[in-house]
Design a protein around this ligand. Structure first.
Ligand code: PLP
Length: 380
């Protein structure tokens, strides 16, 4: 089997598996005062420390959630409700056009429920990079602004100018939500001063179903999920101790990943693609990109056909975000980059991870070559 879909979910690291097996043996509730409860609490706090170190934050500012999706939802609603409580409500909400659906849908939900909040989307260039001049113009309009941007895009891997964006937002007195779900662990410059930062364990080689929201010290916030006082009253619900322990182990061990090795593998894939297919299009090729991601199209070969053909050969890739695969419409990310619909329908993504090998890349290239030859024979 050749797995090249780590942006959908990475493989579980052996260290995470071990940490989770050990955590399963701890029966207590992390909120209980007795010894079993304290043992569970110790696992949670150890993981909190590891996640905080990974994103250069203070452990007390890390709030565990059930996913990256929940962390994004909590960041946006938590900020909007928190600002309202301080008497300086969010008046304007700006979200980039290429955000993950969890940000786009939540922002739209906020706009529907709070008609006083002016909602707008930030465009991107044809290379998939956010338009910082458009951001500056929007901010010049005044009013307290909440800006949500991703550190790197899940489909194209294009890395965004987050430091510059956060600086502009702060200079205008605004607040920033940065979705670092894809870039965390793969790109060292993710975390520059964001007021709210989100991460997800399964993109790092941890388990599915655990994420975190990381806030700056004074970021306005109001809880959305209410109940017990877990996570310092910021996110109620008994902690997923096993998952959190696996998250902590992934956070510790992903720091040692050889990122250079990943980018060599990705470059090897793209060189092989160019060699075999003169008309291959690589999206965002001229922009800074994550080292592990390549989003490309072979014109005339529909992505769905390619996915199935590659899968039959044991090669697993994606036709865009896993969350939206199955939908027939082309990706909103490629649309925002101005990619023609027909070409976008051919878009495939390979994404590498901690256990990727040269054999994965070679198998993907060989399968694509075989498929293209078949398509050409049929067309002849
Ligand atoms: N943000 C980005 C950029 C993502 O790629 C994803 C998942 O693909 C998410 C958020 C959601 O994370 P989760 O799968 O943990 O809900």
């Amino acid at each position: 089997m050749f797995y090249l879909d780590h942006n959908a979910t990475s493989c579980l690291r052996p260290q995470s598996r071990l940490a989770m097996e050990a955590a399963l043996a701890v029966e207590g509730n992390a909120s209980s005062v007795h010894r079993w409860g304290r043992a569970a609490r110790a696992l949670v706090e150890d993981a909190r420390e590891a996640v905080a170190t990974l994103v250069s934050a203070r452990p007390e500012n890390v709030v565990f959630t059930s996913s990256g999706t929940e962390a994004n939802t909590l960041a946006l609603w938590g900020a909007v409700l928190g600002c309202a409580k301080t008497g300086a409500p969010v008046e304007r909400l700006l979200v980039s056009a290429i955000e993950h659906d969890s940000v786009l849908s939540t922002a739209k939900h906020i706009a529907e429920r709070m008609p006083d909040v002016c909602f707008a989307t930030l465009p991107v260039s044809s290379e998939g990079t956010m338009d910082v001049d458009a951001l500056r113009s929007f901010l010049a309009g005044g009013g307290r602004t909440l800006v949500a941007v991703m550190a790197a895009n899940n489909e194209t891997g294009v890395v965004q100018p987050i430091a510059e964006i956060v600086e502009c937002v702060h200079a205008a007195g605004g607040l920033s939500v940065v979705d670092a779900v894809q870039s965390c662990g793969k790109n060292a410059t993710d975390f520059v001063g964001a007021d709210y930062l989100t991460v997800s364990a399964h993109k790092l080689g941890g388990p599915q179903g655990v994420g975190a929201l990381v806030m700056q010290d004074n970021a306005p916030f109001a809880p959305v999920i209410r109940g017990g006082g877990q996570e310092s009253n910021r996110r109620a619900g008994t902690e997923n101790v096993t998952g959190i322990a696996g998250f902590g182990a992934a956070a510790k061990f992903c720091a040692a990943d050889d990122i250079g090795r990943l980018s060599e593998l990705r470059d090897r894939f793209e060189a092989g693609l160019r060699q075999r297919f003169a008309d291959a299009v690589i999206f965002g090729e001229r922009a800074p990109r994550l080292p592990n991601t390549s989003c490309f199209a072979l014109p005339g070969i529909a992505a769905e056909t390619a996915l199935i053909a590659l899968d039959l050969g044991g090669v697993m890739v994606s036709s865009g975000a896993a969350c939206s695969s199955g939908k027939v419409r082309p990706s909103h990310v490629l649309q925002a980059m101005g990619v023609p619909t027909e070409l976008a329908r051919s878009a495939l993504r390979i994404s590498l991870g901690w256990n990727s090998r040269a054999a994965d890349v070679e198998a993907a290239l060989a399968s694509l070559e075989k498929l293209a030859a078949r398509v050409m024979r049929r067309a002849a």
